[in-house]
Design a protein around this ligand. Structure first.
Ligand code: GLN
Length: 307
């Protein structure tokens, strides 16, 4: 109770703090339907273990979760393929941009980790094997709705189409992996599924709810086991913000996953699941103000993995 009151005070003061920021970054320019979103806006929703939810900004406003979806796809892929998954995708930080072609080629077409685009294209492909894209997307959407305990979560088709038209680097990544045999499905089918997965729309409230299962809420082991949860958290620490993951661990010290829609899912293990959104990005493709909000909350609440 004390904790939620303290967080409520921190979040109440957030709006005034943010008003003083001049540089909110720039929304993703390479996805036309994201490019036109005004940068100066934000949302925070925090679900605490006690059951309380504390919010700030526009917690009900829906945004494109983009790469945050990779966390949910990874959970399903781990459940579907077990240890075999790691023969197709590594678990090391890449130290390169999220869509780097050269690091993929340097490693013989095996992606460094499941959160870079190449790695997520592989986990998405692994959900397809032997079935239609529609079936894989339905499973993913049902899983996210189950985690969020909310049936009202959908894919924004316009965003998916928009990215399909301009996602040339992802096309190159998928083709390289098909050529090397990392994926066996037709690249266009895998990419269609991947773009739709990235186009899932959620509010900060819904995303924070869904994140509870990765932070503190015990689930049936068939949904997410304890060991899977720990592994996903570890990958969020090492790879969740691409080539800014080290800096984020240094500044904030908590597992997180970003998306080019400006979202950030921040976990406080055993304590809280926090969704943050501010659509302007920095040069690494992570939410510029979102990271500042995460750092501020972690500091004020004295939350860190590192004692
Ligand atoms: N859909 C985006 C892409 O493939 C996801 C990237 C991201 O959110 N970092 O480029």
């Amino acid at each position: 109770l004390e904790e939620s009151a303290k967080l409520a005070t921190v979040l109440e003061r957030l709006g005034d703090r943010l008003a003083a920021y001049d540089d909110w970054g720039q929304p993703a320019q390479y996805i036309p339907s994201l490019a036109r979103i005004p940068a100066r806006q934000f949302a925070v929703a925090a679900c605490l273990r006690s059951g309380q939810t504390v919010t700030a900004g526009s917690p009900e406003k829906r945004f494109s979760i983009q790469s945050i979806s990779k966390v949910f796809t990874l959970c399903l892929a781990m459940g579907r393929h077990g240890e075999q998954l790691w023969s197709w995708v590594g678990r090391e930080p890449s130290g390169t941009s999220f869509d780097s072609l050269s690091i993929l080629e340097a490693h013989g077409g095996k992606p460094r980790n499941p959160f870079d685009n190449a790695g997520a294209i592989v986990t998405t492909a692994s959900l397809l094997s032997g079935r239609e894209p529609k079936a894989a997307l339905t499973e993913l959407l049902d899983f996210v709705r189950y985690l969020a305990d909310d049936e009202g979560i959908y894919i924004d088709n316009e965003v998916a189409q928009s990215e399909a038209k301009t996602g040339f680097t992802n096309v190159a990544l998928a083709n390289l992996m098909r050529a090397k045999g990392t994926i066996l499905e037709p690249p266009e089918l895998v990419l269609g599924t991947y773009f739709h997965q990235c186009a899932i729309e959620m509010s900060a409230s819904q995303l924070a709810q869904a994140g509870r299962a990765l932070a503190f809420l015990p689930l049936a082991p068939s949904a997410i086991s304890v060991s899977q949860r720990r592994r996903v958290n570890a990958l969020m620490v090492t790879c969740g913000l691409y080539d800014q993951s080290g800096d984020f661990a240094f500044q904030v010290g908590l597992p997180a996953k970003s998306g080019v829609g400006g979202g950030l899912l921040l976990l406080v293990p055993n304590q809280a699941s926090i969704a943050i959104w501010a659509p302007g990005l920095n040069a690494k493709g992570n939410s510029k103000v979102g990271i500042r909000i995460a750092a501020h909350i972690a500091e004020e609440m004295n939350w860190s993995l590192y004692s």
